[in-house]
Design a binder for this molecule. Structure first.
Ligand SMILES: Cc1cc2nc3c(=O)[nH]c(=O)nc-3n(C[C@H](O)[C@H](O)[C@H](O)COP(=O)(O)OP(=O)(O)OC[C@H]3O[C@@H](n4cnc5c(N)ncnc54)[C@H](O)[C@@H]3O)c2cc1C
Length: 390
């Protein structure tokens, strides 16, 4: 007889979201099992640039991101003494004249909820950031508490805390079959090695693999998968910068690395790919040159930096580039579609998803269900093509 595991809640996927959901459920004394086909952070989470900001236009995500940035700053308290490798650097956001009115409104809204953000005119930004060529920048925002974390330490820290609180971790345990059952254990999960899991409820936190799993229940989720690059650049003879920044006009972000140098990544969409298990994980020379060229146009002395290489990984993308969170069948929940900006949200959104599973959700979370795409209530986060800013 193949082994059968019985659990109240099964969380599938030990990326940073599954880790956080599991930890928050375990903290509420729920009998929870976390299933991961590789190891924690073995998917896109482990390849994340892990920049953290609360600079969001969407009111709910602005609040969640703020909670999350606070959680990174006190990660030890959240996780029983673990370290997320969080560095508070501040974050700079550069905008065109067309975006000025929205940026002003966003900064005012962030200030009202206590997110320390300054609105800077072109002249003020020039004075504070003299290395930047800001001729085409009309306004900028400076978020005091932004920074970056270590994606693997963040995820493993929350998984370890979850286990300490009683959660079960099944690594190298791929869920290959998902079906609805009747009775107390309403969801059956079949694993690749023949084991079965009977769960009262299940959360799919499976990133780019979520749509395929939901399809086994006859549910179509409008999630696509995109390949996105990260360029890894050493300082060379360029003076280091110490803060994260997003250059919305040129369409990329930058973050310093604790080991020296910095990372760059695009803020704009890419064409969808078919198969998340088969894609090119390398960055190509032309991609590296193009991306670093954008950064040099903005910060000319970065021409003395040395592009070293980089990698590519996957975003699971929703039609409005905002997360998809909700109950999609009785006892089946989804937390996916984080569209390239979900790392920093995870420590806080995991609590919201846990509350949803426990039947006590924040009312504002209802607007993030997949139903919104059918009802025509898509979220309007971000700026132009850079919806990733949320
Ligand atoms: C290159 C890159 C840069 C990024 N930069 C940033 C950034 O600077 N800031 C930011 O906030 N966000 C960033 N993101 C986005 C962020 O990393 C993601 O939103 C976040 O990591 C998603 O986490 P997740 O847990 O939802 O999914 P994933 O990390 O995709 O985890 C899903 C997990 O599910 C597992 N799984 C899948 N199918 C199964 C199955 N059938 N059975 C068992 N396990 C399964 C996978 O192995 C995987 O470990 C970036 C992402 C990438 C790729």
């Amino acid at each position: 007889m193949p082994e059968q595991i019985i659990t109240d809640v099964a969380v599938v996927g030990a990326g940073v979201h599954g880790a956080s959901i599991t930890m928050h459920l375990a903290a509420s004394s729920v009998d929870v099992t976390l299933l991961e086909r590789h190891e924690p952070a073995g998917g896109p989470t482990g390849r994340s640039s892990a920049a953290c900001r609360a600079y969001y236009t969407d009111p709910f995500l602005a609040r969640v991101a703020r909670e999350a940035v606070d959680a990174f700053a006190s990660f030890g308290e959240l996780t029983g003494g673990r370290d997320a490798g969080f560095h508070r650097t501040g974050g700079l956001f550069l905008h065109s004249a067309e975006e000025a009115a929205e940026v002003e409104a966003t900064v005012a809204a962030l200030q009202r909820i206590g997110t320390r953000t300054d609105l800077l005119s072109q002249e003020e930004a020039r004075t504070r950031f003299p290395r930047f060529d800001l001729d085409d920048v009309r306004v900028a925002a400076w978020e005091h508490d932004a920074g970056y974390a270590d994606p693997v330490l963040t995820t493993t820290g929350m998984v370890e805390r979850a286990r300490e609180l009683g959660a079960r971790l099944l690594q190298r345990s791929e869920v290959t079959r998902l079906s609805l059952a009747t009775g107390d254990r309403s969801v059956e999960l079949g694993l690749a090695d023949g084991r079965h899991v009977s769960a009262g409820q299940v959360v799919l936190a499976t990133g780019p693999w979520t749509a395929a799993l939901a399809a086994q229940l006859g549910i179509e989720l409008p999630l696509t998968v995109e390949r996105h690059i990260v360029a890894d650049v050493r300082w060379g003879d360029a003076p280091p910068f110490e803060h994260v920044f997003a250059d919305i006009q040129q369409g990329y972000y930058a973050k310093p690395e604790p080991s020296g140098g910095f990372l760059l990544g695009p803020l704009t969409p890419e064409p969808p790919i078919e198969d998340p298990d088969r894609f090119d994980e390398r960055i190509h020379d032309d991609e590296l040159t193009e991306l670093t060229g954008r950064a040099v146009r903005r910060v000319p002395d970065l021409s003395m930096a040395q592009p070293r290489g980089g990698w590519a990984s996957l975003y699971d993308v929703s039609p409005d580039w905002q997360p998809v969170i909700g109950e999609i069948a009785p006892g089946v929940f989804v937390d996916a579609g984080t569209s390239g900006h979900g790392f920093k949200l995870a420590p806080a959104i995991g609590r919201h998803v846990a509350d949803l599973v426990l039947g006590d959700p924040d009312p504002e979370l209802a607007a993030f269900g997949p139903q919104r795409f059918e009802d025509g209530h898509t979220r309007a986060g971000g700026y132009g093509e850079a919806r990733i800013l949320g």
